[in-house]
Design a protein around this ligand. Structure first.
Ligand code: GLU
Length: 472
């Protein structure tokens, strides 16, 4: 079996979009399942639009999502990424081979020449639509010095086809192709040349990418064929659509991977949701990272676009949050507590006890941090409405009694606390519901919280008494 070699080849012209992250994910899952290799290749030949900040955003997003890549040109301990702008000499070598094979040619036409041809086309047909390079330099065999680009010599007849792992057989008539520019006059490759040469020279066995590239694939196939290189497999995945059916954009949802990190999503929840946006395994919705690696396949990638659904995403997210151990949740929520001005150590016993209490009702780490706030803030933020409603004069007096009831309880944990409070309630013919809500407001500043005795246990004796008595 030949080794599976896949790649993720983003252009660093903005943040990593969740569509791009899904492309990276499917490649990563496939590489890890098959013990193959994933190559990260930064397609930075559009120098005007490429930025270092965007490269960093791609690397940070991949790292945050836990999608590692293999190999590279020696940077970062030999794991890349590759940058196309560092490979210009390689593209030149391949261009020479393509010219020698009669599959590409030097074109000396100037911008004025092309403008003239375009104007003539428009005069003839009434519109600029359908204009193609007229092939002026196509038959040239000489190679005079002077400014020129390299063009693909696209066949005028026949068709180019491949069997797409997601879309099945795709056949595109060669008459739709034109002699597109492969390399600019300054030696910078355009996308089709850079991608095909890299896929060839990096030994890529499967090219999996968004289906916006289906139109480019024939030109890349022609390059393979001209060079006598066996084709890789192709898999083109449908775009992710907005709930409205339009192309998903910032207007509809957070589309940058980093936004999800900042909103307190879990990487595993993001991977799970993205995996399911375009792939299925029976009706299973929730997958751990390990299960995704085990179960992902190309056969069950849908060939129609999936729609982004925030509710579903949140559901998947919450399911993953609930899977975390107390220690993991504690560790991951610490930065979000920090953002609220609360400095708490990940191994603080109060945090470790409180984490499972807030876990069932949180969707994100932001929710969890919010739900944990009053355990660590002194005094807790008081909900004034709840205060007015529940901390009335008669209830306040009861809180003072409650404080004395729990004061001597030992150990200061939920069962003995509950037993002590219950026997006091029985003795004084009181109902828990009458005492619980004022106590909750006094202890947490809120009208909703986990169980009262759990809260007391986490707060500990001193804080519990102080908060009950402060109100009383
Ligand atoms: N740089 C291209 C993009 O960002 C990559 C396409 C490919 O994977 O071949 O869409």
């Amino acid at each position: 079996m030949t080794e599976v070699r896949v790649r993720f080849a983003p252009s660093p012209t903005g943040y990593l979009h969740i569509g791009g992250a899904r492309t990276a994910l499917y490649n990563w899952l496939w590489a890890r399942q098959t013990s193959g290799k994933l190559i990260l290749r930064i397609e930075d030949t559009d120098r005007e639009r490429s930025t270092q900040a965007s490269v960093q955003a791609i690397v940070d997003s991949m790292t945050w999502l836990g999608m590692d890549w293999d190999e590279g040109p020696g940077k970062d301990a030999g794991t890349g990424p590759y940058f196309q702008t560092e490979r210009l000499a390689i593209y030149q070598t391949y261009v020479d081979k393509l010219i020698a094979a009669g599959a590409a040619y030097r074109c000396y036409c100037t911008k004025e020449d092309l403008d003239r041809a375009r104007t003539e086309h428009k005069a003839r047909t009434g519109s600029e639509q359908g204009f193609r390079y007229p092939g002026t330099c196509r038959q040239r065999t000489d190679a005079p010095a002077g400014k020129h680009v390299i063009r693909l010599k696209a066949p005028a007849t026949g068709s180019t086809h491949w069997h797409d792992l997601i879309k099945g057989r795709i056949e595109i008539g060669n008459d739709t192709l034109q002699d597109s520019v492969l390399m600019r006059s300054d030696g910078i490759p355009l996308y089709n040349l850079g991608a095909a040469v890299d896929d060839i020279s990096m030994g890529i066995t499967l090219v999996a990418r968004g289906d916006d590239h289906v139109i480019n694939t024939p030109q890349q196939i022609l390059i393979y064929q001209a060079l006598g290189v066996a084709l890789p497999q192709f898999a083109h995945m449908p775009m992710i659509l907005a709930p409205t059916g339009e192309k998903l954009s910032k207007r509809h949802a957070a589309v940058s991977v980093m936004d999800y990190r900042d909103q307190g999503f879990l990487p595993d929840g993001v991977l799970n949701y993205l995996a399911r946006l375009g792939w299925s395994h029976g009706d299973q919705e929730i997958f751990t990272r390990t299960e995704l690696v085990e179960k992902f396949d190309w056969e069950h990638c849908g060939d129609t676009s999936a729609r982004y659904d925030l509710k579903k995403f949140q559901h998947v997210q919450a399911s993953h949050l609930r899977m975390l151990s107390a220690a993991e949740l504690a560790k991951q929520v610490v930065p979000f507590l920090d953002k609220r001005g609360l400095t708490v150590a990940a191994d603080d016993p109060r945090l470790l006890t409180a984490a499972p209490l807030v876990q069932p009702r949180a969707t994100t780490f932001i929710d969890a941090a919010d739900a944990l706030d009053y355990f660590f803030r002194e005094p807790p933020v008081m909900d004034e409405k709840a205060k007015t409603k529940f901390l009335t004069a008669d209830r306040l007096a009861q809180l003072g009694v409650l404080a004395s009831v729990v004061e001597g309880v030992s150990p200061f944990s939920r069962e003995p606390l509950e037993a002590a409070v219950k026997s006091w309630l029985e003795r004084d013919h009181l109902e828990l519901k009458d005492v619980a809500q004022p106590a909750r407001v006094a202890l947490t500043g809120r009208s909703a919280s986990p169980g009262l005795f759990e809260v007391m246990e986490v707060l500990g004796r001193a804080t519990t008494l102080a908060r009950l008595r402060l109100q009383a």
